[in-house]
Each structure stands twice: as C-alpha cells, then as structure tokens.
Design a protein around this ligand. Sequence first.
Ligand code: ATP
Length: 136
Amino acid sequence: TEQTLVLVKPDGVARGLTGAILARIEAKGYSLVDIKLVEPDREVLEKHYAEHAGKPFYEPLVEFMMSGPSVAIRLAGNRVIEGFRSLAGTTDPTTAAPGTIRGDLGRDWGLPVQQNLVHGSDSAESAARELGIWFG
Ligand code: ATP
C-alpha cells in the first residue's frame, strides 16, 4: 500500500486546526502510520523545497515554515498520494474548492507566501524523498 508525507504547516498548527485536519484525513479512511510535532531548521526545509530554490516566494516560504511547529504525518492507503492532494485542494486557498481542506479552512492573509495549511507529496518519487527527509 502507498504512503505519502503530509505536513500540517505552521498556520494550521497555530490556528488550532490540527485536529480538524486529522479528522478529515481519518474520515476519508487513510491510516496514520507515524505522526510527530516538528520544528524544522533551514537545512531540512532547503532539502524539502529544493525544487523551489530561486523562486520569488522561496525565502518567505522557508521563513514561514520556520515560524512555528508543524505536524509531520506518514499516511498510508491505496492511492493516498492522489487522494490526499484531492482532499487538500489546489494551492491557492482563496480559489481552492469548497469541501477541501484549503477551500474550507484557508484564505488569503495578504502575505508573500500562500499560507495554505497543509503539504502533501505530489508523486511516488516525491513521497519517498520527503518521507526520508522528515522520518529518516
Ligand atoms: P500544489 O502542488 O498543489 O501547488 P504545493 O503545496 O505542493 O501545492 P508548491 O507549488 O509545491 O505547492 O509550492 C509550495 C508552497 O509554496 C505552497 O504550498 C505555498 O505555500 C507556497 N507557494 C507556492 N506558490 C506560491 C506563490 N505563487 N506565491 C506564494 N506562495 C506560493
């Protein structure tokens, strides 16, 4: 069965939405294999977001991800990579579909980085790489 890395990002934890987000994941039927509170340093985030290095939102993104704790989750289930991304909704929370985590719980706060509550790996290759970074 497939696995993916999910992060409840610092905005989700700070707003007290960890439980609501976990409830949606559990209600969908995916299995929590491992879960922990994390406070990543720059080195971890530079690995995690290597594909975005050099983009205008890269530095604000790294700073945002160091602004407070996140929750890292190893999630399992058939087609969980695709399924969690569908549950999360599209990147921009303003236009993410209602019914999704980002669409129901997120908005634009006028900041240089989209604070969109969660991260989910986007492919099997990304999932293997990111699970290695966050869970070793
Ligand atoms: P998706 O792959 O669905 O777009 P994602 O979380 O994987 O979601 P990425 O494109 O990998 O999004 O970007 C990583 C993160 O960087 C986003 O979740 C968001 O927080 C931030 N981000 C992405 N694009 C922008 C942008 N144009 N402006 C500001 N922040 C952005």
